[in-house]
Design a binder for this molecule. Structure first.
Ligand code: DC
Length: 220
């Protein structure tokens, strides 16, 4: 079987990570959650008490971020749960807008895709990180649907919040991610767009797999 990669981009709450994980498993590829990497840098910057550009760049350059068996490690410490907190949601777009931080993380992401076939999810995978990915998908969904998904995720984790607040936070984050100068969130020219608003994760997985199956006779 040849080594190939799949890029899955889209805004927050479109269902990327849920779908990407299953696709990776089904196709025997490695799942890479690039948002988790930006989140880990944000966590460290908040812990150090400084969001100053120069210091964040230093943090990005010095930190060791690893993703192993679905867990995220920052300098050897498991931060998988911590990076999902609302305090990180609030600041991560700002951190992700710093070009030097992006350059550093993109370098790590490309290295990950060099040796293994990956399913990589993020905002700029199809456009910047892996422009030659064999398959590119852009997942999207109505804001209300995305906010509800995110809200339920937080409530299930025991985090108190309200739907309106979550919707506002997503709107702000999308705007920042789409309007930043350096590799903003946008649809790659050759990406397949899937609106997940009225679909279950299973339906989206099947849609992606059948698309790939039609083109890749031997992998499934
Ligand atoms: O996918 P996520 O919600 O965990 O991503 C968190 C933030 O990280 C998102 O708001 C924008 C940023 N991000 C990015 O700029 N580029 C990526 N490839 C992945 C995430």
């Amino acid at each position: 079987m040849s080594v190939y990669s799949i890029a899955i981009d889209g805004p927050a709450g479109a269902g990327k990570s849920t779908v990407a994980k299953v696709i990776a498993k089904r196709l025997n590829l490695t799942y890479v959650d690039t948002g988790a990497m930006y989140r880990a840098i944000t966590l460290k910057a908040l812990e150090k008490g400084s969001l100053k550009k120069e210091e964040v760049i230093k943090i990005a350059e010095e930190s060791i971020i690893e993703i192993k068996e679905g867990r995220v490690y920052l300098d050897g410490r498991d931060v998988t749960e911590e990076i999902r907190k609302p305090s990180i949601d609030e600041k991560v777009s700002l951190i992700a807008s710093i070009p030097q931080v992006r350059n550093r993380l993109v370098e790590i992401q490309r290295k990950m895709a060099e040796n293994y076939g990956v399913v990589m999810d993020g905002r700029d995978i199809g456009t910047t990180v892996l422009p030659n990915a064999k398959y590119k998908f852009f997942l999207t969904a109505d804001l209300k649907v995305r906010a509800k998904r995110r809200y339920e995720e937080l409530v299930n984790k025991g985090i108190k919040t309200d739907l309106k607040k979550v919707e506002e936070e997503l709107t702000k984050r999308d705007k920042q991610d789409m309007e930043r100068e350096h590799s903003p969130l946008k649809v790659a020219e050759d990406a397949v767009i899937i609106d997940t608003s009225d679909k279950t994760p299973e339906e989206v997985v099947e849609e992606i797999l059948s698309y790939i199956k039609r083109r890749e006779k031997n992998v499934l």
